[in-house]
Design a protein around this ligand. Structure first.
Ligand SMILES: *[C@@H]1O[C@H](CO)[C@@H](O)[C@H](O)[C@H]1NC(C)=O
Ligand SMILES: *[C@@H]1O[C@H](CO)[C@@H](O)[C@H](O)[C@H]1NC(C)=O
Length: 287
């Protein structure tokens, strides 16, 4: 009897594992967008299409900013609920499918909740005082890439910033902040954005999926393939890229680092075998 039972259990878990995709994408929408992926939708679907059998999942959270149409849920409460939702959904999926490679794509407030859940450090802007990374250690290892578009936590100088913004968003990280997973992230934000930066053009904020969708996809593809090829460990790398990508003048720029664009004063030569490729007038990257 015991043997039969454990055989059935084994068989059962094999079946479940067989249903797990190679790649699973979590997407989180911006404030006031109706339930779904919001403006991140085209980026999420391009990633799903790039990997046969890949699946996607919407982060189930209010995405509110205090308006009556959103049940008066405040922005801060929405972010805190969002971080909890990201944590629960990512951890639950990873427990069920421990080998699946994970990707996070968040737009605006959706970027903020992934930023908070993946990088930790708390979020004093929204009253989130716990500074630990709430995503489980096992799930952290399976996250190949995180894309933030118009993230209000933007500050200048982070190694994963992409775009022309040199100021802070409305819910900025503290000065000197470092994400332990910096090398897995791209955060897109331009200077005229009023939410992730100090500009006044809301259209800029809504334009990132079009402006940066294809560079984001290239980044994700490379990170997913690298993680898959390495057998599933991505140690937090804080030393490999940060030193050489900052605007400190000269030096060889690491893979993914910025190597040009309007106002860029840092290195312009990429470490072999990468070359400096322009995404737009403001940003060139070693690819
Ligand atoms: C935004 O911040 C940057 C960097 O501090 C500054 O140079 C720029 O003048 C500011 N722009 C606006 C519109 O306030
Ligand atoms: C990951 O590697 C395995 C084994 O080489 C392969 O079957 C699978 O398709 C790869 N997944 C992705 C997303 O590339």
């Amino acid at each position: 009897m015991i043997r039969v039972a454990s055989l059935i259990l084994l068989f059962g878990s094999t079946l479940v594992a067989a249903q797990c995709p190679n790649v699973h994408v979590f997407g989180a929408r911006e404030t006031t967008a109706p339930p779904g992926y919001g403006t991140a939708a085209s980026v999420v679907s391009s990633i799903i299409s790039a990997f046969p059998g890949a699946t996607g999942e919407v982060i189930n959270y209010p995405a509110c900013g205090g308006q009556a149409s959103c049940g008066d849920v405040s922005y801060a409460s929405s972010v805190i609920q969002g971080v909890t939702a990201v944590t629960n959904q990512v951890n639950t999926f990873n427990s069920k499918c421990p080998n699946t490679v994970l990707v996070l794509v968040g737009y605006s407030q959706g970027g903020q909740i992934f930023d908070d859940a993946y990088c930790g450090g708390g979020d004093s802007n929204e009253g989130l005082s716990n500074t630990a990374i709430p995503i489980s250690a096992a799930a952290q290892k399976k996250i190949a890439a995180a894309i933030f578009m118009g993230d209000p936590r933007h500050i200048a100088g982070l190694s994963y910033n992409v775009g022309s913004c040199q100021a802070s968003g409305f819910a900025p990280r503290p000065a000197g902040f470092q994400c332990p997973f910096a090398s897995n992230i791209q955060s897109y934000c331009d200077a005229t954005d009023p939410y992730c930066c100090n500009g006044s053009n809301a259209a800029t904020h809504q334009g990132y999926a079009v402006e940066y969708g294809s560079v984001a996809l290239t980044f994700v593809k490379n990170k997913v393939n690298a993680l898959n090829g390495s057998g599933g460990t991505t140690p937090p790398t804080s030393t490999t890229t940060t030193g050489s990508t900052g605007p400190t003048g000269g030096g060889t720029v690491a893979h993914w680092g910025q190597c040009g664009g309007q106002g860029w004063t840092g290195g312009t030569v990429c470490v072999a075998p990468f070359t400096c490729q322009a995404a737009n007038a403001y940003y060139s990257q070693c690819l």
